[in-house]
Design a protein. Structure first.
Length: 273
């Protein structure tokens, strides 16, 4: 059984809890929404799921219902007693820690290794760094389904030519295919946020979109950040001092192009020169 709004209110009252604005806490209080997320994540009896920011366990319970092995990470020590009381009877392993700093690879290895899915309801301030950290540092996570603020999610999944396309889009595309697979209204959260949310699914590519033997992710990220740092300028200006002027012709990229015109493959060729 997953949480309704009344369940969330009862838990917060029983444990003397209040949502933390500093941590961007908005708890999902709609069983249909969390079951939809669990379904879209592909969780099932043969899967292992890492949930980040489990909160009061609404989504955690939906993931456990599928029969998946679930490890739930929560950084807010005030929530842990309520979370454990709710989800540990369902077989979920609750781990206290900050997913931005803890060794997620070691955590997954300690829970049996193999391939994992990451599922999370992420606040604005940690969504992008957490997704990128997972893609860069935790290859055991082969797919992700994250619920994030709409603008953040659109940037994650955007392609060349889109107004939302930016540095984050390219860096995610280096590792994974990303798409927005659903929207979530503010009405399903407690407290109700002022923004819409979307669900973004990412599937890790069998190999990076740009051959690491030609250019490292770190070098690609440096060039991409510089290019989008002054996105209104032509690349020959925004990348001055970052890539050699001769790199444009060698990479087949117009020096008067702008950052949003380049695909991840284009950025790779340019960064490799």
């Amino acid at each position: 059984m997953t949480h309704s709004g009344a369940d969330i209110a009862q838990l917060m009252s029983a444990y003397g809890l209040h949502p933390s604005r500093a941590l961007g806490q908005n708890f999902v209080a709609d069983p249909n929404t969390v079951r939809r997320i669990a379904r879209l994540s592909g969780a099932g009896p043969s899967t292992r799921v890492l949930e980040i920011g489990a909160g009061l366990g609404s989504l955690t319970l939906a993931l456990a219902e599928t029969g998946a092995a679930v490890v739930a990470v929560e950084t807010d020590r005030h929530l842990l007693p309520a979370l454990r009381a709710v989800v540990e009877p369902a077989g979920v392993d609750v781990v206290e820690g900050d997913a931005l700093t803890m060794d997620l690879g070691a955590l997954l290895e300690a829970h049996g290794g193999g391939s994992w899915s990451l599922v999370a309801n992420l606040p604005y301030n940690v969504a992008t760094p957490l997704v990128l950290r997972t893609l860069v540092e935790v290859p055991a996570v082969v797919d992700l389904l994250v619920m994030v603020q709409r603008e953040v999610g659109e940037r994650m999944a955007a392609g060349p030519g889109s107004g939302a396309y930016g540095s984050v889009s390219v860096r995610i595309a280096y590792f994974a295919r990303a798409e927005v697979v659903g929207r979530v209204p503010p009405t399903v959260f407690v407290p109700r946020p002022r923004v819409e949310s979307v669900l973004v699914r990412m599937e890790r590519l069998p190999a990076p979109a740009v051959d690491p033997a030609l250019v490292s992710y770190e070098r690609l990220a440096e060039v991409v950040k510089a290019g989008f740092g002054q996105r209104r300028k032509m690349l020959r200006r925004s990348l001055a001092g970052v890539v050699d002027p001769s790199a444009f012709e060698a990479a087949g990229v117009r020096p008067d192009a702008r950052a949003e015109e380049l695909s991840v493959a284009d950025w790779g060729r340019l960064a490799a020169r």
